[in-house]
Design a protein around this ligand. Structure first.
Ligand code: TXA
Ligand code: MG
Length: 353
């Protein structure tokens, strides 16, 4: 399949190029596009054949449901059976934006889109290019992140092109992505709202609107025996090619231990990489040292994480050593993704301190 690559930035909206891209989706084709969180791989959410194509293009298991993206709040009532009052309150506060809500699906949403479930995940993105594409497509775009299954979600158009050229009809190059981690997912179908995937909208922010909010216990505890409630959280995700280990402990202890382990790996002829912070980057020696941002600025860390994991892949780094981050606020989403990328391999240096 030939893939058109079309550059549209937020400042180009409204763009005369959008109508033809919307037509591709209406005709059952696939278009990758920018959102404020990560790039998405979009198809007509109400067309079962489009959803099948999305799974095939990504190499994703078809029991892992897709998020349906809308660009008009009035469309929500067409997708879900009834809108819980919690959804209305969250939409008022956080939509358009990086929040996905799970509700009972209506009959127009095919089970191909929901991975066989009777619920549907809905998101109203804030990115102008995403919103205009959704409008041009007729209203409902199913879109997972625009990476091949198992790779870090793309935050730069070049990584979308690397993964999906030849597999989709068009890719919109919308430039760099502001947030860099996927949306927060909250399930509104149970007795109490529950966070299934942490993201930019934090637990604290949700609690301000809803009062009590639960968190899927599997997010907090890697040894938890339950199955994650979001099917996608069950798979090993975001995996770099190299072996990644996270070091947690007092800063000086972490720096010393990482340098020691880098040296041991280098001595065995392995190519080494370190994920450091602005505060510590000068303290390491390794083949590739990446500064993920300042500990004072978690948004910067979130926005850099996936790019850095991809860069290590490009450089064929074989052993990656990362500092750990706090588990509160946005840090929870950062650590959730980093831990998954590491297959939960951590070294806890707190006791040794
Ligand atoms: O920020 C985002 O959410 C991005 C952009 C493109 O919008 N999309 C994204 O989609 O991250 P994806 O497919 O990579 O992740 C969707 C997650 C998966 O873990 C999936 O299992 C879960 O949402 N999910 C979707 N529908 C669900 C449902 N009905 N019940 C439980 N989990 C659901
Ligand atoms: Mg994904």
């Amino acid at each position: 399949m030939e893939t058109q690559i079309i550059r549209i930035r937020e400042e180009d909206i409204p763009s005369p190029k959008m109508e033809a891209l919307g037509q591709i989706i209406r005709n059952g084709g696939l278009v990758a596009f920018p959102t404020e969180t990560v790039y998405g791989l979009g198809g007509d959410a109400l067309n079962p054949e489009s959803s099948k194509k999305i799974y095939a293009a990504k190499g994703r298991p078809s029991d892992n449901p897709l998020i349906v993206h809308i660009a008009d709040l009035n469309d929500l009532e067409k997708l879900v059976k009834n809108i819980p009052d919690t959804a209305g309150r969250l939409a008022d506060k956080f939509w358009p934006g990086p929040l996905t809500m799970i509700m009972e699906k209506s009959d127009i949403v095919p089970t191909e889109t929901t991975g066989g479930l009777s619920t549907v995940a809905v998101r109203f993105p804030s990115h102008k290019v995403a919103r205009d594409l959704i409008k041009a497509s007729g209203g409902y775009i199913a879109a997972p992140s625009a990476n091949l299954s198992g790779k870090p979600s793309p935050t730069l158009a070049k990584y979308v092109c690397e993964d999906l050229t030849g597999r989709v009809d068009a890719i919109i190059d919308g430039g760099d992505i502001p947030i860099g981690l996927e949306s927060t997912i909250v399930d509104l179908t149970g007795d109490k709202p529950m966070i299934l995937r942490p993201g930019y909208i934090t637990e604290e922010m949700l609690k301000e609107v809803l009062g009590e909010v639960l968190t899927d216990p599997t997010i907090l505890d890697a040894n938890c025996k339950d199955r994650p409630k979001a099917p996608g959280m069950r798979y090993r995700h975001y995996a770099p090619k190299g072996d990644l280990v996270i070091y947690e402990g007092p800063s000086e202890t972490v720096i010393a231990k990482i340098n020691e382990d880098v040296k041991a790996a280098s001595d065995q002829g392995r190519k080494t990489g370190v994920i450091a912070t602005a505060e510590t980057a000068g303290r390491y020696s390794a083949d590739s040292i990446k500064c993920i941002g300042s500990r004072e600025n978690e948004e910067e860390i979130a926005a850099s994480l996936y790019r850095i994991l991809r860069e290590f892949d490009d450089e064929d780094v074989e052993e990656i050593f990362s500092e750990g981050f706090s588990d509160s606020g946005l840090g929870r989403a950062i650590m959730n993704r980093l831990l998954k990328a590491a297959g939960h391999k951590t070294k806890n240096l707190w006791e040794e301190a």
